[in-house]
Design a protein around this ligand. Structure first.
Ligand code: ADP
Length: 587
């Protein structure tokens, strides 16, 4: 299977197992020994039947029986030791995989961690490594047994009476063909589609749960979450198609492996055609006992094949993360000379996109200047801001902070220079104190409180049961989006970096929150270089300069008055904005 897939999953597993890789080999060898030992009692059974049928040396029956029992117990013990080996190796592989993933993740560009990316990464770190662990711990030994048993069975079935053996093998052979047709080329792709569908449903379900307040407030139903409904419908269709696709081969497989018994009747007819002899009875009885093993062996092969495909899919997901190119760490230790930012001819295109999200943008922001980025939705404001903090690296051009290319600034130094509060800035499941302190681990409790005050968070703290020691997300602690954003602003206040990138929130449930967030932004941006991604034009009028983005290009720049006089996109947007306010008042 490994060779067929080009993707050598066993090689990869051995690499992750490191020094424990021998345990995998030992585990598999022991499982093979156990499989052979399991078959020996059937040979003993044949001997017992022969002795009984011939009526000779009856005293030997009990020694045959004891030997069979010893083999069964021995096989079980050997199998337990095999599982022990594979379990130890599996835990090691899982631990190594997780630490490799985490080491890689920490070096990845921040842009990888968007809403969608974070969920996928989390699921890969949790689920794909667990799937790998389960396969090595449990299925690997089973797989070895499933490979060795048929070979032993073939010997057992053909050795005593090849005619009966061959007749019994006819349905087994057809069943095997049916099984291989199920596992054909499309199956790995199907497994991927299945896992993808589960991934999408899980992300959309999270979105749906997050949106429950909106759903309730506006009396919506699940149907308003179009993407959620579509992915459930899609999954339903996928499962139906998949089941229908497998219906015929599965029917064939099940019928064949269960029909082996019926073929013994035909075989019995063939071998007793010329008269019923002791030997014929002995053989037929023997095959009645042995052939159910063929059914079990084929079922095991089918299931171990399915488990292996799940494993290959899981490993591919892990490798996808490992293949993401890390950000080159700034090689020089140059320090920015001031807090100005300059973009020279910057272009950027998202992976798989057909056009540039940012196209040849050149702007210069002086140290201490307050600027706003405005433009229609999708014009590139967020991307431009994210490029400044190396969420991604520019495809063309360069970005300089204090005269130094951001690529030459070490990531630690860059993070010291710049704070950013994006709309989806997240809090972690720790106390408010710890959440804010992340910005400056050495900060005292008083400093944290001061930052929270400046970020207008005191009303939030007061209503929490344990004040700043309240753990977010526990005991029903719920913070609204605006409240969470204010806590993240407190983080930025505490960090006190000289350059600030703020993403103005688009929508708030209550005006009080909105006023407080604006006030917190004002406090935060005092004496700093500020780049504000503005979604509403009311907040940009006082900016020193406004850059207007349109389709990835910076088309206009200037103060509010200058832009109004230009009579371009900004003026059109502003007029529309004014009309919308009038409309609201009129309504
Ligand atoms: P704005 O902030 O002005 O709304 P964005 O910077 O978010 O605009 O988006 C600019 C363009 O890049 C849009 O066409 C958007 O669809 C695209 N884009 C944004 N984020 C991604 C992403 N993670 N992957 C692919 N395309 C993206």
């Amino acid at each position: 299977m490994g060779k067929k897939n080009e993707f050598d999953h066993m090689k990869l597993i051995r690499e992750y197992a490191g020094g424990h890789k021998h345990l995998i080999t030992i585990g598999r060898c022991l499982a093979a020994v156990s499989a052979v030992m399991t078959l020996i009692p059937y040979y003993m059974l044949w001997k017992i039947i022969r002795t009984a049928v011939n009526g000779e040396e009856l005293e030997k029956i009990s020694s045959y029986a004891w030997f069979a029992v010893a083999m069964i117990v021995g096989a079980l013990l050997v199998y337990i030791v095999a599982l022990l080996c594979t379990h130890v190796a599996a835990f090691r592989v899982q631990a190594n995989m997780r630490s490799s993933l985490m080491r890689r993740i920490i070096t990845l560009p921040l842009g990888v961690f968007d809403e969608d990316g974070t969920g996928k990464i989390r699921r890969t770190v949790n689920d794909s490594t667990t799937a790998t662990e389960t396969f090595i711990a449990h299925n690997l030994a089973d797989k070895t047994v499933a490979t060795v048993t048929p070979i032993g069975l073939l010997v057992l079935v053909l050795a005593f009476n090849w005619k009966i053996g061959l007749i019994c093998l006819i349905p087994a052979f057809i069943g095997f063909i049916c099984m291989m047709s199920m596992m054909g080329k499309g199956m790995q792709q199907k497994m991927k589609e299945y896992q993808d569908a589960l991934d999408t449903m899980s992300s959309e379900a999270t979105e749906y749960v997050r949106g429950v307040p909106v759903v309730k407030t506006f009396g919506q139903t699940v149907h308003s979450f179009k993407r959620f409904k579509e992915c459930i419908d899609g999954y339903g269709k996928w499962t139906t198609d998949y089941t229908l696709m497998l219906r015929l081969p599965m029917m064939g497989f099940m019928t064949c492996i269960n029909a082996i018994f019926a073929f013994i009747v035909i075989a019995a007819y063939v071998v007793t055609k010329d008269g019923i002899t002791n030997a014929a009875i002995l053989n037929v009885m023997y095959y009645i006992i042995v052939t159910p093993l063929v059914t079990i062996a084929l079922t095991k092969i089918a299931y171990s094949g399915e488990a292996e495909m799940t494993l290959i899919d899981a490993l591919k997901r892990v490798e996808t993360i490992m293949a993401i190119k890390p950000l080159d760490e700034g090689s020089s230790d140059k320090k920015p000379s001031d807090n100005g930012i300059e973009l020279r001819n910057v272009s950027y295109r998202y992976e798989d996109a057909t056009r540039d999200a940012i196209e040849k943008v050149s702007i210069s922001i002086a140290s201490g200047e307050h600027v706003a980025l405005v433009g229609p939705s999708g014009s590139g404001k967020t991307t431009l801001a994210e490029l400044m903090v190396r969420f991604f690296d520019v495809a063309e051009g360069e970005i300089l902070i204090g005269g130094v290319n951001v690529k030459d600034i070490s990531s630690a130094e860059l993070m010291k220079q710049v704070s950013f509060v994006f709309q989806d800035s997240r809090l972690i499941k720790k106390s408010i104190l710890e959440n804010v302190r992340m910005a400056k681990p050495a900060a005292t409790e008083d400093e944290v409180l001061d930052a929270l005050k400046k970020a207008q968070c005191m009303d939030i703290i007061e209503k929490l049961p344990d004040g700043i020691h309240t753990v977010i997300g526990e005991k029903g602690t719920y913070l609204s989006g605006g409240e969470q954003q204010r806590i993240t602003i407190a983080r930025a206040v505490l960090k006190d970096a000289p350059i600030l990138i703020l993403d103005e929130a688009t929508a708030f449930a209550d005006p009080d929150n909105e006023t407080k967030v604006q006030a917190a932004f004002e406090e935060l941006s005092k004496n700093k270089t500020l780049i504000m991604i503005a979604h509403r034009l009311s907040t940009v009028m006082n900016a020193d300069r406004i850059f207007v983005m349109d389709n990835g290009k910076c088309t206009e720049a200037g103060t509010h008055e200058e832009l109004m006089n230009m009579n371009g996109l900004y003026k059109r947007m502003f007029d529309e904005y004014t009309r919308s306010i009038e409309w609201k008042v009129g309504a």
